[in-house]
Design a protein around this ligand. Structure first.
Ligand SMILES: Cc1cc2nc3c(=O)[nH]c(=O)nc-3n(C[C@H](O)[C@H](O)[C@H](O)COP(=O)(O)OP(=O)(O)OC[C@H]3O[C@@H](n4cnc5c(N)ncnc54)[C@H](O)[C@@H]3O)c2cc1C
Length: 289
């Protein structure tokens, strides 16, 4: 099917993009990598009056540290993250997530910011960013604001973004010297969305766990934090018992649905096993860091 007709705009500055969005209100959509939006247009699941293509806006494609924080610009593609030594070395869970997002064709164009703006509960970046902790920086008609990632997702494909707002970048705080992370994803075949997946980030402090971030994909209406498991680990020694208890708490805290990717019971068990494995790997990486 062809998309319904729309007006197409390709602004070269953020101000111009914001003005165009404001003019059309909730009848306009931002176009970034197009890897989620274009299929939805073709299926006529969405039929905006205007598309505001931000690909020519300057200054949105940076992936770098600044002022002790990692900045992921709105036009940073999954592929750029996959190739980034900075992510592999210092932001383990992000470096581990990038190559597991879909397939190389999607990764060439799809963006991290587009992924969180789209808020698919099966999206991989949402969990990775929840685990490590991130701020979503947004520009809109009334200026700039920052949304903590754990306040962004409000339901399946629903976020705290207002019409007319553009995610300009995602900021991640420096995880410190003794940190590690991993993303483990079960998919039916390469390129598929997750049956279930677990993102873990661990920071050690004097041999104990300073902060553990655990987030889950595909087992709820949004990417979810496993808060009870995180709280059980904070300040604890990373012993076998602490890790298996946290993994059990993560699994007990979710209510996945039966679907063609697997039964609820199966997905809950994947969460338990993957949380345990990812915690062990993250603690080992943090010790070696
Ligand atoms: C075959 C296929 C398989 C896939 N598999 C996976 C997978 O395994 N895991 C996974 O995580 N993803 C997967 N995806 C989705 C992919 O990662 C998309 O790239 C991503 O979800 C959206 O990023 P995008 O830049 O393409 O956004 P677009 O498609 O351009 O936009 C998506 C939505 O976000 C909004 N948006 C985009 N950028 C911004 C912004 N800067 N500010 C405000 N709103 C914005 C758009 O208006 C639109 O509503 C798959 C996609 C395809 C086609």
């Amino acid at each position: 099917m062809y998309p319904a007709s729309f007006e197409y705009f390709a602004p070269t500055s953020l101000d111009e993009a914001l003005e165009t969005l404001e003019r059309f209100g909730d009848e306009a959509k931002v176009l970034a990598g197009g890897q989620s939006l274009i299929p939805l247009l073709k299926l006529r699941v969405t039929a905006p009056r205007a598309l505001v293509d931000i690909n020519r806006v300057e200054g949105l494609d940076g992936l770098a540290e600044k002022g002790g924080r990692l900045r992921i610009g709105a036009l940073v593609r999954h592929k750029t993250c996959e190739r980034s030594d900075l992510l592999k070395q210092r932001y383990g869970v992000l470096g581990s997530t990038a190559p597991q997002v879909s397939d190389p064709i999607v990764r060439n164009l799809g963006t991290v910011c587009g992924s969180v703006a789209h808020a698919d509960p099966q999206g991989d970046w949402g969990s990775a960013l929840l685990a490590i902790g991130a701020d979503v920086v947004v520009r809109g008609p009334s200026g700039e604001r920052t949304i903590p990632i754990d306040e962004l997702f409000q339901g399946p494909f629903m976020t705290a973004l207002e019409p007319g707002e553009i995610v300009t970048r995602i900021d991640v705080a420096d995880p410190g010297a003794r940190a590690g992370g991993q993303y483990l994803k079960l998919e039916r075949k390469v390129g598929d969305f997750a049956t279930a997946a677990v993102a873990v980030h661990v920071s050690l402090s004097n041999g104990t766990i300073g902060r553990a971030g655990i987030a889950l994909t595909g087992v709820g209406p949004t990417n979810l934090k496993a808060r009870e498991a995180e709280e059980a680990l904070a300040g604890a020694e990373p012993t076998d018992e602490a890790i298996t208890t946290a993994a059990r708490l993560a699994a007990e805290g979710v209510e996945p649905l039966d679907d063609n990717r697997g039964s609820a019971e199966y997905k809950r068990n994947v969460v338990r096993v993957f949380t345990e494995r990812a915690l062990r790997a993250s603690v080992a990486a943090a010790r070696e860091a």
